[in-house]
Design a protein around this ligand. Sequence first.
Ligand SMILES: Nc1nc2c([nH]c(=O)n2[C@H]2C[C@H](O)[C@@H](COP(=O)(O)OP(=O)(O)OP(=O)(O)O)O2)c(=O)[nH]1
Length: 129
Amino acid sequence: MVGAAIVNDLGQVLAAQRAEPPALAGGWEFPGGKVDPGESDEVAIVRECREELGVEVELVDRLGPDLPLQRDRGVLRVWIARLAAGEPTALEHAELRWLGADQLDDVAWLPADAPLIDELRARLGSWGR
Ligand SMILES: Nc1nc2c([nH]c(=O)n2[C@H]2C[C@H](O)[C@@H](COP(=O)(O)OP(=O)(O)OP(=O)(O)O)O2)c(=O)[nH]1
């Protein structure tokens, strides 16, 4: 699995609230999903952001280590990305929010994502500097 921590010019990151399945609904995540066979992580992230948000993104850097997912669902690899075109729309999510460095604890991240949040806060704090 791959996810995109999309950061805007204000140094805010896009958090997306899952609409499904019931076990995950209401939790917040980085938009993304499964890497298709033969696809690179980079291509998968760009495709998922197009499908889920209707935007084009450019990858900047990896964020954190590979994170183990619950119930043997493999690992999650998150990349920092920036918007290349479009405004994110919740095509598959319940809600989207732009969060500044001091707002990252305002949403309930999915458990797998929790170890990334401190590093993300530090990255956002120095964004653009
Ligand atoms: N995209 C994403 N998935 C996450 C995050 N954190 C986390 O635990 N997950 C888990 C939840 C799901 O079990 C799995 C992603 O499932 P998904 O529904 O987005 O992907 P999928 O491949 O099944 O569906 P698709 O979007 O490719 O069609 O990874 C995160 O930050 N982003």
